[in-house]
Design a protein around this ligand. Structure first.
Ligand SMILES: Cc1ncc(COP(=O)(O)O)c(C=O)c1O
Length: 406
């Protein structure tokens, strides 16, 4: 059994209070869209939850579009904005470090829907290059349907300059979608103050179950539905309304927001202890996005001479759960697209390990990681060295044969 779980950005534990509230409403009979007494009661639960979610995120209840999670909310924010935009706005821009829920939605618009898609550059810290955005908007701002910039990155934890992006886009009349899936509960998130047109959040990152989330969408957001059906949720998100899920999300959010300040300073202190300890044990490891404002519970490091898979395998065997980056792609060995966008070479982008701390994390967890790390890294390096030697020999052979290494 895994004794130390440091993968809270992938998913975190469902809170006791949330599980109780969820269970209570799971067995409630009635479709919130039905007009009989059962339906009305379910609708009451749903609407009270919506009001609570709105209040905790600086939104109006009518701006809360409930979804089945962050991926769906992101797709609606990007694809919905593209299809809802006026005829002349066929361009879409997203930062190169977005989660696949945004990045691949935008790429699909490019390959299948005729969108002109731009992936906006980030700097070496993984933060959007605002001059690049300004130049982009000067060129195609008037033709742009939506710009997407995440509030905080799921791999590095780097916080993006959402306010500056909104200001730049406002001048060109361009709506902004922000993926706040990792930010909610970790940073103060106020939808109205942010000026964003749409904002995505997900329940299972903050102590609600998987399968519930929301898109906050301003009333003037021109969104076309992605799911077609019964026309629920302002006509942009069809599907039977999930009162139990809404209550779970509202309950988790209320707790996360109430405890945020205290909890995040506790997490930041633990993260810093882990970071300092790790650098003392593995001095050539590199903490990524260390020069940017970062989420308090994120530690993303590249470890030269290793493959993340080998490090994760060793950690797992020693009872520590961490990840290589985005959990959604962690099953497939790919270099981190975030690190590639930050200018890393492939080998470095394959050597990244992400530790993310959460509410259950204690000092003991940090000490556990630090106790096992030197051996895990040594083994990963030993496994890596012969492969590197083989690759170098193959390259020498290929150039001797005049093949040229491509
Ligand atoms: C930044 C970010 N956006 C979107 C998602 C997708 O959310 P969900 O798992 O609720 O579909 C994730 C999940 O890893 C994420 O980290």
């Amino acid at each position: 059994m895994t004794a130390t779980y440091l993968d809270h950005a992938a998913t975190t534990v469902v809170r006791e209070e949330v599980a109780r509230a969820y269970a209570e409403d799971l067995q409630r009979l009635g479709n919130p869209s039905s007009t009989h007494a059962f339906g009305r009661e379910a609708r009451r639960v749903l609407e009270e939850s919506r009001e609570s979610i709105a209040a905790d995120l600086g939104a109006h209840p009518t701006e809360v579009v409930l979804t089945a999670g962050g991926t769906e909310a992101d797709n609606l924010g990007v694809v919905g904005a593209f299809h809802g935009a006026s005829e002349g706005r066929r361009a879409v821009a997203v930062t190169a470090v977005e989660h696949p829920a945004v990045l691949d939605a935008a790429r699909w618009l490019g390959t299948a829907q005729g969108a002109e898609v731009t992936e906006l550059a980030v700097d070496a810290e993984g933060v959007l290059d605002l001059d690049g955005l300004a130049a982009h908007l000067a060129r195609v701002g008037e033709r742009t349907a939506v710009v997407a910039v995440m509030w905080a990155n799921n791999e590095t934890g780097a916080v993006q300059p959402v306010a500056e992006v909104v200001a730049a886009c406002a001048a060109a009349g361009v709506p902004v979608h922000t993926d706040a899936v990792q930010a909610v509960g970790q940073l103060p998130v106020d939808f109205a103050a942010s000026g964003a047109t749409t904002l995505a959040l997900s329940g299972h990152k903050i102590g609600a179950p998987v399968g519930v989330g929301a898109l906050l969408a301003r009333r003037d957001a021109a969104l076309a539905p992605v799911l077609h059906g019964g026309g629920q949720e302002r006509g942009v998100r069809s599907g039977t309304l999930d009162a139990a899920g809404a209550r779970a999300l509202a309950t988790a959010l209320r707790l996360a927001v109430a405890e945020r300040e205290e909890e995040t300073s506790r997490l930041a202190a633990l993260r810093d202890r882990l970071q300092d300890g790790l650098l003392a044990l593995v001095p050539d490891a590199r903490v990524r996005s260390a020069g940017a404002p970062r989420l308090p519970g994120h530690l993303f490091v590249t470890i030269p001479g290793t493959d993340a898979d080998a490090v994760l395998f060793g950690l797992d065997a020693a009872g520590v759960a961490a990840s290589a980056g985005s959990a959604c792609t962690a099953g497939v060995t790919q270099p981190s697209h975030v690190l590639l966008a930050m200018g890393d070479d492939e080998a470095t982008a394959r050597s990244a390990v992400r530790f993310t701390l959460g509410r259950p994390t204690t000092e003991r967890d940090v000490e556990h990681v630090l106790a096992v790390l030197p051996e895990v890294v040594a083994r990963a390096r030993a496994a890596h060295a012969p492969r590197r030697a083989t690759a170098a020999a193959a390259t020498r052979l290929a150039s001797a044969a005049g093949a040229g290494a491509r």
